[in-house]
Design a protein around this ligand. Structure first.
Ligand code: CMC
Length: 436
């Protein structure tokens, strides 16, 4: 049943004192039911209170499903493990955007459409010159993706379905180009234009690592790993950055501005910035013998240190992406000759110890996707500041698919949470001469 049709048979009752109110309950295809409390305020004069949204469904969606207790992640119903094993990133993009896996013809057409949009307006390169060279690439990404709305006016009319799809394709196609430009600008090398006969991941690696003075030789193992990393990060239902994109989009803001808002939200160390933080932490630990000291700190309630790359708001089991990421880490480190990297040894041992520690077991803290992605990306040659940028490149499709779904929902309204006000009650203005 569609939540919007309202043809439910179940209701839930809220009782406060001697008053009761009934609310419809909607089942999902899988996962928990929801209680529709949309009329709660009108009927009872009360709001719900759920800071951090731990029990709040903010939308109806058909895109991604997570079962955090079982460690399941499905894109449009298809398990992440199967997509990562058999699919490629652009196929994943198609699946997320259109709801079905493409036929061979649809796939070829989609790849072609994305490839036709990989270049960015030439003036963007001058726009980049305004940033300091030492700017964090996430700062550059937030600014440059937001600036796309100043360059692509012909795809910012959100009421036009054709423009919405063009904006979506542009977003997927241009994110790697901008990310590579942010990297090249940071290290002082010339920008490398995309080469459209290459696959998405190879094209991106080439834009990052090719230099005009040498011929670039693609490495299929690293390209496959990059592609898999993109697949694993493509969408994750209503996380902080996606919810930010939806909230910004609910006002009618253009898609490029909304994705820029999502990038800003992703930057934080509790979200996309965790891969950078996890690698820094492994470096700080340095050697296997220092692990107990850090485990002790993570468990100490007086110490705000946390094991980065551990724990998740939704997964109370092994993050399925972390398992795939661990496999990818081994493949990449073998290929690049970093098999004996002490950071990998620290990571493997830390994982083993934490998984057997009572504190982590009791709180259901398992490694998340970011635990192994930092080591992998470092071995591929990326500096830590680029890790979250790569997450953003992959997540662009999830953000845009969720934005599109929201705009195309006939019941869509501006997002406007309420609050529990605990400030001063009404009081008179005191003139400055009378203030103490
Ligand atoms: N190390 C040590 N203790 C932890 C950790 C950790 N990494 N994560 C949670 N805890 C403890 C926390 O102190 C709390 O203990 P208590 O109940 O005694 O107060 C309990 O576990 C529950 O933690 P919480 O902060 O209430 O849980 P949350 O759902 O609000 O936070 C989280 C989830 C991901 C922000 C958190 O686990 C964390 O900060 N992890 C480290 C950062 C990280 O790896 N983030 C990447 C998330 S995956 C990528 C993505 O999807 O963005």
């Amino acid at each position: 049943m569609d939540a919007k049709t309202g043809t439910n048979t179940k209701t839930g009752t809220l009782t406060v004192g001697d008053k009761s109110w009934s609310f419809p309950i909607y089942p999902g295809t899988i996962g928990p039911d929801v209680i529709d409390i949309g009329k709660l305020y009108a009927q009872s004069g009360m709001f719900t209170f759920d800071p951090g949204f731990t029990s709040t469904g903010a939308c109806e969606s058909k895109i991604t499903y997570i079962d955090g207790d079982e460690g399941v992640l499905l894109y449009r119903g298809v398990p992440i493990e199967q997509i990562a094993e058999h699919g490629d990133f652009l196929e994943t993009c198609y699946l997320l955007l259109y709801g079905e896996l493409p036929t061979a013809t649809q796939k070829a057409d989609f790849d072609y459409r994305v490839n036709r949009h990989t270049m960015v307006h030439e003036q963007m390169s001058r726009f980049f010159q305004g940033f300091r060279r030492d700017a964090h690439p996430m700062a550059v990404m937030t600014g440059s993706v937001g600036a796309l709305s100043a360059f692509y006016h012909d795809s910012t009319d959100i009421t036009d379905p054709t423009q919405r799809m063009i904006a979506s394709i542009r977003m997927i196609a241009k994110m790697p180009t901008l990310a590579a430009m942010a990297y090249k600008y940071n290290i002082g090398q010339p920008f490398v234009y995309p080469q459209n006969d290459l696959d998405y991941a190879t094209n991106f690696l080439r834009m990052c690592f090719a230099v005009p003075a040498e011929e670039y030789k693609p490495n299929p193992v690293l390209a496959r790993a990059m592609d898999r990393i993109f697949i694993l990060h493509a969408d994750h239902e209503q996380n902080a950055s996606t919810s930010t994109v939806r909230l910004a989009g609910s006002t009618g803001a253009n898609p490029f501005a909304c994705i820029a808002a999502g990038i800003a939200a992703l930057w934080g160390p509790a979200h996309g910035g965790a891969n950078e933080a996890a690698l820094k932490m492994l470096g700080e630990i340095g050697t296997v013998d220092r692990i107990p000291e850090f485990i002790k700190r993570a468990k100490d309630p007086k110490d705000n240190f946390r094991l980065m790359g551990f724990g998740h708001r939704v997964y109370k089991n092994y993050d399925p992406r972390a398992k795939l990421m661990q496999k990818t880490a081994h493949e990449v480190l073998s290929e690049t000759g970093h098999r004996d990297d002490p950071l990998l040894q620290v990571a493997l041992e830390l994982e083993k110890i934490a998984l057997h520690d009572e504190y982590f077991i009791e709180k259901k803290l398992y490694p998340n996707v970011d635990f192994y992605s930092g080591i992998t990306l470092k071995a591929m040659g990326f500096p830590t500041t680029m890790f979250t940028v790569l997450f953003a490149v992959a997540r662009a499709v999830g953000w845009i698919a969720q934005w599109k779904e929201m705009i195309e929902d006939p019941g869509q309204r501006i997002g406007r949470p309420r609050q529990l006000y605990t400030g001063e009650a009404k009081r008179d203005y005191t003139p400055i001469s009378r203030r103490k």
